[in-house]
Design a protein around this ligand. Structure first.
Ligand code: G
Ligand code: G
Ligand code: NA
Ligand code: MN
Length: 257
């Protein structure tokens, strides 16, 4: 309860920050995107991890105003870096079920793009499969409306949810993000390896880009490269970092080797 009250006032009190984690192209070694990840810096509780408040924010509906703040802040940041002459990046923003169910979702994203001036193709919406199960027809319609804005769409945590291959045909998505639980043991476990190889093949055949999440080790990277994965995200290259650090990373021109 205490945490709910605190969460309620966190937006006005400016207690949220975004950290950014690089997404790296495996062919060039360059940073091509970033995922915006929400952090709550409470004056007394300290840094509250998302696992402790995203669920509550979701239940209480507070995720709607918080999510709107995330969207605005991430798009404004991406545009500011473009304007500063840094190489244009895609910014990925997580959408929760509550946000997905808001009747004004499309209009609100359109407004953020207009307000910030970020090219729509630079915004990537991360969706989980669970968003599609309730009403598939309505989800398809919504995705088409989002697609019409020119934004990109990714399926987050791919393979862990209600993976139905039929929606991959009908949904206008651009990217599959392989859940990190599959990446952990790819270098040693034949079954995990087989799953990852199959997801990469599936993405290729459907002309989707594929991003491996949670890459922590050279062996995982070698495996993903050998099997034609497009991009990686994970501690091996960088943890999610505050905007200032991310900017330094961009300016340093550091590449994955
Ligand atoms: O950020 P990790 O660094 O700990 O994130 C933990 C969880 O919180 C992940 O499942 C991630 O998708 C979720 N998360 C992080 N930022 C956001 C956000 O801005 N919106 C939503 N809906 N979920 C987020
Ligand atoms: O659910 P989603 O995929 O949006 O959340 C991303 C989560 O994964 C965040 O909590 C982020 O901090 C975490 N993460 C990012 N890279 C790594 C990694 O290499 N290893 C692990 N264990 N977690 C990671
Ligand atoms: Na995500
Ligand atoms: Mn994920």
């Amino acid at each position: 309860l205490r945490i709910e009250g605190a969460l309620r006032s966190a937006v006005e009190r400016n207690e949220f920050v975004l950290h950014y984690q690089p997404q790296v192209d495996l062919a060039t070694g360059r940073i091509v995107g970033m995922e915006a990840l929400l952090r709550w810096q409470h004056p007394e509780l300290g840094m509250v991890p998302p696992q402790r408040f995203i669920g509550l924010a979701e239940e209480t509906g507070l995720i709607v105003p918080i999510g709107a703040w995330v969207m605005r802040t991430a798009c404004a940041q991406a545009k500011a870096w473009q304007d500063a002459g840094l190489p244009p990046l895609r910014v990925a923003v997580n959408l929760s079920a509550r946000q997905f169910a808001q009747p004004d979702l499309v209009a609100s994203i359109e407004a953020v793009l207009a307000e910030t001036g970020l090219p729509p193709a630079c915004l990537d919406l991360e969706l989980t499969e669970s968003l599609f199960v309730d009403d598939v027809a309505q989800a398809v319609e919504l995705l088409h409306q989002l697609k019409a804005l020119g934004v990109k769409m990714s399926i987050d945590d791919f393979g862990t949810g209600y993976s139905s291959f039929s929606y991959l045909r009908t949904f206008p998505i651009d990217v599959l993000k392989i859940d990190r639980s599959f990446i952990a043991d790819i270098a040693s476990d034949a079954d995990e390896a087989a799953i990852v190889v199959s997801i990469i093949a599936l993405a290729r055949n459907l002309k989707l880009r594929v991003i491996a999440e949670g890459v922590e080790a050279q062996g995982q990277l070698d495996f993903l490269r050998a099997h034609g994965c497009d991009e990686m995200q994970g501690y091996y290259f960088s943890r999610p970092v505050p905007a200032g650090e991310f900017e330094q990373l961009l300016k340093s021109g550091r590449e994955l080797d």
